[in-house]
Ligand binder design. Structure first.
Ligand SMILES: [Fe+2]
Length: 446
């Protein structure tokens, strides 16, 4: 009897160490691919299985296709035994008209089955899905504390019912991925698994990922690679329908981030990427940038953090990025870091730039980027930053509520941003960005 209990106990412990956890998806740099990443605590063979479903008249195959994963060992804690094994597998040849079921496996232990949309970014020059609207969930600064649970609750409900294409997290992930020898990062990635295993969970680094040269950020995520980022997940871009998205890393522009990331290399990559995007502006007119630290937010002069986040740090970033974004006709600059929601008008050099038509919730043919701060998903610091008592003239809407944004690109002319409060369980703000005229004017060389 004792032997039986011992065997059962050992089996239970072993299953805990080989059971797949922290499952999350991400798009790759290739078209029609999806990568799944997950963790076990013992180094055991990794496999994944998938099959198309809901492909119109095409019948669902009865069998899953089995593929082998790759595994890397990651020392997540300060003690020699605190290793985890991070597995990845790539689903290839996806059909954008299908949904897919998938599951992952280690040593015979299967995860639950998840489902994702087969529509992936088009990284090629060809243009697809021009009349196919899509939505993304976008936020920054999301952790495991009580405040993060509000977002987890509503976002969990939303993702069950709504057809998003993906989730974009603008840094400060889990507070902190490395804390408590990595256990906080493990807890966070398990907390978001049901969401991040259902939608590609695309990230960029915030200042809270800085420990040990962003080691946990680089190890736990797998973002699209490019020639300049060298597999760091720091900056990349992708196309969805008529929109080009640039996810970039603001940390190397600040001395106290102690990062080996090369700021000049990144700036040059962004400039090149914008130039390439502008060559295809006729077929892909929207350009949207996302980063952690803001270029614009309203300072609260009674709050030291606000003075730093909305004053000192933007003063570092503006000389690098503002003219780059303005001259390349970026439409929307999404930002985080400040634990607040603030939507601003089109801005250039600290001035509101009139559009062809402006109202509280609409800009038609804007002449400068619209700036939005969405850093209110639920930080670890207890409360969000109070809305500034001295909002700038370009500020259009501020809220302290925890929440997240939704961006819907309808077509080449209409884009809608919405902000949801996870406390009030409702939408609290929106803005239409509409354009039927190209703002970008190529510089003609002699
Ligand atoms: Fe931050």
């Amino acid at each position: 009897m004792q032997l039986l209990l011992l065997v059962i106990g050992f089996g239970t412990v072993l299953a805990g160490y080989v059971h797949p956890e922290q499952i999350h998806l991400s798009w790759t740099e290739e078209i029609n691919q999806m990568r799944v990443t997950w963790v076990t605590y013992l180094n055991v063979p990794a496999q994944a299985a998938y099959r198309p479903i809901l492909c119109g008249n095409v019948p669902t195959p009865s069998n899953f296709t089995l593929i082998n994963g790759e595994t890397k060992k990651f020392h997540e804690g300060s003690h020699f035994w605190e290793y985890q094994h991070i597995h990845t597998a790539v689903f290839n040849n996806l059909d954008s008209n299908c949904w897919y079921e998938y599951k992952v496996k280690n040593l015979g232990v299967w995860s639950k089955t998840y489902m994702f949309n087969g529509r992936t970014p088009d990284t090629n020059a060809t243009f697809r899905d021009v009349n196919n609207p899509f939505s993304l969930v976008i936020f920054g600064d999301w952790g495991t504390g009580p405040n993060g649970q509000y977002t987890k609750h509503l976002l969990g409900e939303e993702t069950l019912t709504r057809d998003y294409l993906g989730i974009l997290h603008m840094g400060d992930i889990g507070y902190n991925l490395d804390s408590d020898d990595g256990k906080v990062g493990d807890t966070y990635l398990n907390m978001v698994e049901s969401i991040a295993a259902t939608y590609p969970y695309m990230t960029l680094p915030g200042n809270h990922e800085k420990a040990n040269n962003f080691t946990h950020y680089k190890a736990r995520f797998n973002m699209p690679n490019n020639g300049a980022n060298q597999g760091t997940n720091y900056f990349y871009s992708f196309n969805l329908g008529p929109a080009h998205f640039i996810m970039y890393n603001t940390n190397p522009y600040f001395d106290d981030m102690n990062t080996t990331a090369d700021a000049d290399l990144e700036t040059q990559w962004i400039a090149n990427d914008l130039a390439l995007a502008n060559k295809q502006r006729d077929i892909r007119p929207w350009i949207i940038t996302l980063a952690h630290h803001p270029l614009y937010c309203s300072q609260d002069w009674s709050n030291e953090d606000s003075i730093e986040d909305c004053g000192e740090q933007p003063a570092v970033l503006k000389p690098i990025f503002e003219d780059l974004f303005y001259s390349n006709s970026v439409d929307l600059a999404l930002q985080a870091h400040v634990h607040i929601y603030e939507r601003d008008a089109p801005i250039y050099k600290n001035e509101t730039i009139p559009s062809q038509y402006d109202s509280q919730n609409m800009h038609i043919n804007p002449n400068a980027p619209v700036y939005i701060v969405g850093g209110a998903a639920g930080n670890r610091l207890g409360t969000n930053v109070p809305a500034s008592k001295t909002p700038q003239p370009w500020a259009r809407f501020l809220s302290n509520d925890y929440g997240y944004g939704r961006l819907t690109v309808f077509n080449k002319t209409h884009m809608l941003w919405e902000q949801f409060s996870v406390l009030q369980l409702t939408e609290i703000d929106y803005v239409w960005i509409i354009k039927d005229q190209a703002r970008y004017k190529p510089v003609l060389l002699n």
